[in-house]
Write a protein that binds this ligand. Sequence first.
Ligand code: PEP
Ligand code: MG
Length: 381
Amino acid sequence: DKDLIRSVDRIMTHADRVRKLLVRTNADTPTDTQRALEFGAEGIGLCRTEHMFLGDRRPYVERLILSPEGSKERQDALDALEPLQKGDFKEMLKIMDGKHMTVRLIDPPLHEFLPDLVTLEVKDAVTRAKGETPSEADLHMLAAVRRMHEANPMLGLRGVRLGIYLPGLFKMQMRALVEAACELKADGMDPQPEIMVPLIGSIRELQIVRDEAEDVIKTTQEKFGVKFDIPVGCMIELPRAAMTAETIAKEADFFSFGTNDLTQTTWGFSRDDVEGVFFPQYIEAGIFGVSPFESIDTHGVGRVVAEGVKRGRSTKPEMPMGVCGEHGGDPISIHFFHRVGLNYVSCSPFRVPVARLEAGRAAVEEKAWDDSATDGLDKTA
Ligand code: PEP
Ligand code: MG
């Protein structure tokens, strides 16, 4: 009823007034972007780009991955994808006019983009069993997929590693983004894109992509006769990145903690098996509450985040830092992020109101950051 709506509005207004954390959203479609804005999102903290390569674009990606470096097939695939990618970004930048939009360079689970090895093996075996000879194309495909096959794809050729392995891929995405933004800028709009590099573990990885980004930004802005800042930052989602954040910060304009991967790599539990068969016993034994992926400060993953923040800020005290893993929309975790001094949380559109409210509550309940930021952690562990 009207009274209820009015009191909710009043609470939200108060929360927005007092909170220190900005609330951004994870969105990668125009629909989600629009929805998140209606829920009060102040920007896009994570635009994942993987899904943009599925559907009828998937064959291009397959060709890109499986054809040899420097080949015409690879270049043709990149050339076909670039205008499509540019269209994706332009549409979202238009909706986000005047607000930050952090675009993460592709971080695909590669096995989802490659043909299934077992299916190819079976096809090959059936062909041979019939006494036929497999075609050249089939043999080539089988050899390529065998070569790319990994036992642990989530710990393999992902994120920045793929970008370095396939020269031209990140550059294509960055050119698409920067061109889309420059066109809008030239039309009098106020695009605010940011480039985010996933799965960084070493400063060299970031340097390599950053050099490319700076080159793309300079060339494209000159071409369009516009000039505006496009920050280049990275995700912190590996313990190594958090523990060397003072070095990585030298090449980063911002950090975004990816707590999904950070939980996976800190605990060594697969995020794709969050219902592990051993979980009931672990829960019963009190090793964790519901899962290791629950609130961030409960199991020590928060300590890794806190360390990353401290180390990063020791190099760049003012560097913007946020979180874009699922924990960005989790109430208990939001209080933790407030306490460690992040600048923003980014969460799915439907969680934006919860995040605004909890960020407000965290500000009201503010306590000085001390050891209790790891509440619940067995301090002798
Ligand atoms: C993360 O790892 O927390 C993250 C936001 O990236 P993704 O979930 O896409 O791996
Ligand atoms: Mg991740």
